[in-house]
Design a protein around this ligand. Structure first.
Ligand SMILES: Cc1ncc(COP(=O)(O)O)c(C=O)c1O
Length: 436
């Protein structure tokens, strides 16, 4: 799948793809097809029974363009497998639903993207899954919330919009002491910014809509598997380690993880042959292609985003009309030391800042930007701004908003890769306008 000697700059261009023998196309082709012809009945039977995993059956469960994206994502993490989904939200839902059922719970950091918070707080509850929200800056509290019915610990690598950085390794250790996997939503800081598998995470989930796609043109998600988690040890995951009645009695653990020298891909194969088969939030081939175009320049763009974020945060921190800046790359941020440890390139490029003049100044500022775009997305190549209290976090009551770090005067910025001086000039004129 990948040459382990390649650097990430080379993997994003080459891993998972060799020109096919018929066309020799250098770019990854868009396989815009729903289904694939079987060579004969034995070939068909082998594909369905997973005896042959090199072919395709139906695009809901696998597609050659998406397959390259999946292999490339696994390669840049040093993981064993990945599965792409139609959105980041479906990646998160599938990850939880694959191994958690009614009457069970997961323990999650409380500082989450608003959409994930709503899914966890409301939708999962309707299916009998409890989410225990805990301040993830305190690993002891996270561990105390785990009980015999807990099936995973979940958090985000960098909280949005507080820009908090937790002790990722301590959270992984807490989960592993209870033989449950540690899942990280690493949407804002994919490799080369941060690889959660280097710090004990078992599964990484992504919205590919953000910095991986990078150009604001497609929605997508992914689940990446590290491959080292022992699903059998505690007997807590029959979905993976017992015969699956919905898949002719296959035991995914025995079939995919117990052969010496075989990388364990049980979680992703289970997702593909289970929830993806049954519910089908598959990524379309065209979106896979567009996201691959973004992935090919991810290391370059990641460097530019991080450098610009540092410059913009420094400018804002010194500005007289700015009350506070929540960027973990600033020495004033409470998580600065941890951010230096986990994010040597910088803690990505999304953070909040508070304006003097409260809510009204916030609104005026947003209406005055010219180069920056006012929209509900992050980590597009362009610089983006939004007022979370009235938009992304508006479904939360005010007290919950404050808990998530959303104050009325707060603006969230996602610093793009334009020239830093141009971004700073635009922010400067909008700050001035907000104060007039
Ligand atoms: C951290 C994080 N996770 C997940 C999502 C959801 O991703 P999508 O919009 O692709 O469904 C988002 C979207 O903003 C996000 O910021």
């Amino acid at each position: 799948m990948s040459n382990p000697k390649l650097h990430i700059e080379s993997m994003v261009l080459h891993s998972g793809h060799t020109p096919d023998s018929q066309t020799l196309s250098r770019a990854v082709p868009i396989y815009q097809t729903s289904s694939y012809v079987f060579k004969d009945t034995q070939h068909a039977a082998d594909l369905f029974a997973l005896r042959d995993t090199s072919g395709f059956i139906y695009t809901r469960i696998g597609n050659p363009t998406t397959d390259v994206l999946e292999r490339r994502l696994a390669a840049i993490h040093g993981g064993t497998a990945a599965i792409c989904t139609a959105s980041g939200m479906s990646a998160i839902f599938y990850t939880v639903a694959a191994i958690t059922g009614a009457g069970q719970n997961i323990v999650s950091g409380s500082n989450l993207y608003g959409g994930t918070h709503v899914l966890f707080e409301n939708t999962l509850k309707r299916f009998g899954i409890e989410v225990r929200f805990v301040d993830s800056s305190n690993p002891a509290k996270v561990e105390a919330a785990i009980d015999a019915k807990t099936r995973m610990v979940f958090t985000e690598s960098i909280g949005n919009p507080k820009c908090n950085v937790d002790d990722i390794k301590a959270l992984a250790d807490a989960a592993h002491r209870h033989q449950i996997p540690f899942v990280v939503d690493n949407t804002v800081s994919p490799p080369p910014i941060f690889n959660p598998f280097d710090h004990g995470a078992d599964i990484a989930v992504y919205s590919l809509t953000k910095i991986i796609g990078g150009h604001g043109n497609s929605i997508g998600g992914a689940v990446v598997e590290a491959g080292g988690f022992d699903w059998a040890k505690a007997g807590k995951f029959p979905e993976i380690t017992a015969p699956d009645p919905s898949y002719h009695g296959l035991n995914f653990w025995e079939a995919l993880c117990t052969l010496e020298g075989t990388p364990c891909t049980a979680f992703c194969v289970k997702l593909r042959t289970g929830l993806m088969r049954d519910i089908g939030a598959a990524l379309g081939p065209m979106n896979s292609f567009l996201i691959l175009q973004g992935l090919e320049t991810l290391p370059l763009r990641a460097t530019a985003h991080c450098e610009n974020a540092r410059k913009v945060a420094a400018f804002l921190e010194k500005h007289p009309f700015v009350k506070w800046v929540n960027f973990a790359g600033l020495t004033s941020h409470p998580d600065y030391a941890r951010s230096q440890k986990y994010f040597p390139m910088g803690p990505s490029a999304v953070f909040g800042f508070g304006l003097r003049g409260g809510l009204e100044a916030g609104k005026k500022f947003i209406e005055s930007v010219k180069l920056c775009s006012h929209l509900a997305n992050i980590l597009d190549a362009r610089t983006l701004v939004i007022h979370p209290a009235t938009t992304t976090h508006s479904q939360l009551p005010p007290a919950e908003q404050l808990k998530a770090g959303v104050e009325p005067e707060m603006v969230r910025i996602s610093v793009g890769i334009e020239h830093a001086d141009d971004i700073i000039a635009d922010l400067g004129q909008a700050l001035k306008a907000a104060h007039q």
